[in-house]
Design a protein around this ligand. Sequence first.
Ligand code: C2E
Ligand code: MG
Ligand code: MG
Length: 560
Amino acid sequence: MDNFRKNNGIRRRILIVEDEAVNRDILGWILEEEYEVFYAENGQIAYDMIKEEEQTFSLILLDIMMPEMDGYTLLQLLKKDEKYKYIPVIVLTAEKNAEVKSIKLGAADFIKKPYDMPEVIMARCERIIELYEDQRIIRSTEKDTLTGLYAKNYFYEYIKQIEDIGAGEERDAIVINVEHFSLINELYGHDEGDNVLKDIAKILTDVFADIRTIICRFESDTFCIYCDHQEDYSGRLKSIQARLDELKGSNRIRIRVGINSNDRSEASVATRFDRAKSACDRVRGDYTHNMAYYSNDLLKQAIYNERLINEIEGAIHNGDFVVYYQPKYTISGDKPVLKSAEALIRWKHPEMGMISPGEFIPLFENNGLIQELDSYVWWRAAKQIREWKDKIGKAVPVSVNVSRIDIYNPELEEYLLGLLEKNKINADELMLEITESAYSENADRLLEVVNNLKAKGFKIEMDDFGSGYSSLNMLTAMPIDVLKMDMGFVKNVTKDEKSKRLVELIISIAKYLNLTVVAEGVEEQEQLDILRDMGCDVVQGFYFSKPLPPEEFEELLKKG
Ligand code: C2E
Ligand code: MG
Ligand code: MG
């Protein structure tokens, strides 16, 4: 470090503030060899120089008794100014009283007059500069610049220290996340997003002020709290929500909270917060609960998830993933006709049996492995389309699911085009289902990708339409071909008049936009009848068939 300081070629700047020319000269003569030295005859001149200089001084040597503005006044001015308060000041003084007073005012050190040996003065200046620069580095890593809360690494270190001192005390790890924060940014702009984060930081600090607490901003919209164990957090959460509701500007802001209460295991600090985070993830998008505790069940779940993640690559290799096909029926004519299919992945685990995609898809989306899996499914589906074309003599278009993660794959288009070419199939035979949530995440990127794919002839389906909430405006912006209503709508269509009208409305909007409407999750005749009357084009669901292995699907095809 020392070497770096000396050899990096930067001459640090020292300002000598002293009214007596002799003293100025002596100090200047000592310091000029190492530093770039500036001089001021009194406090006022010095203050003007400090304000004028673009570069800051690394150190100020300050005399006390001076005309116009004395040393104390300048010291006070500097120490109350955010911009200058971290410049170290060494006071030059002949009297004992002045030493105490200047230290109280924030001086870093003092040098006695008449001056000591030059080496001593030099060493003192060097040491103070070093000390202050180190502190500055520490300060910058310690706090999050936006909110003033602790930054993650420092937060963890701090907790370790607390634990070493107060081992055995009961404490809780809490993770707080802002629901739909990316949407706040998108709708109201980044400045407003920043303001919301600052407000939340302030609210959390206030609401936890009565107990021993440290708080950190973990990453963008996630906050971590480490505090004395509390039996019940509901009161605090109510206070937080009440204060959030008072914020003006953006819409209602909701938070969700995961608590790892008094974790007595040997788990590291990071793991303890991971656990709180997994509890927090469990209430994502849940409008009835916004708080969850980490429990043994979650631990088991975490271990299970870990196992799946570890085994995926081998499973792809061993052919444990199989692709099933669920038939889609066109219902616009008098009789439903099997015209197309959706490819759905299944994991035939040698020990655990059949695992549903609901269990592993979200996991693989979290760590990016989904790209590999999806590529595999598309590859299989493309081959299958070719095979049926040859066997049955006609094309059965197959929809494949495209995860929101795939959108970021720069080779997506090239890969898909390669599949078409290798199997000699058309772009409109391999249809692409993109789940609605992808549309709210990074609309610009998605729009670009979708436009390119469309230009190559692919048909785009918006999957799970209506399960999120940013879909209506997206619908007009995205050049999609097919709208796939979320299963929830179909389920309720026979249950109440309101849901029925909603479905009617969605179908009429889709028609207006010239989109084909697909209803999935059709299980009963009554649902089918209602949907057909409303003008829905295609249905898919257990009423007709579950997703089937390719051989069984083929049987169905042959039967017509
Ligand atoms: P999705 O794309 O919305 O697929 C429809 C899901 O509804 C499938 O569940 C299907 O089996 C199920 N389903 C079909 N008809 C009915 C019905 O009448 N009643 C009910 N209750 N359910 C029905 P599955 O196969 O478990 O897939 C779940 C989700 O996993 C899919 O939702 C899709 O988002 C995802 N997924 C499946 N395969 C893949 C894949 O290869 N890649 C990606 N990225 N995601 C996939
Ligand atoms: Mg789908
Ligand atoms: Mg769907």
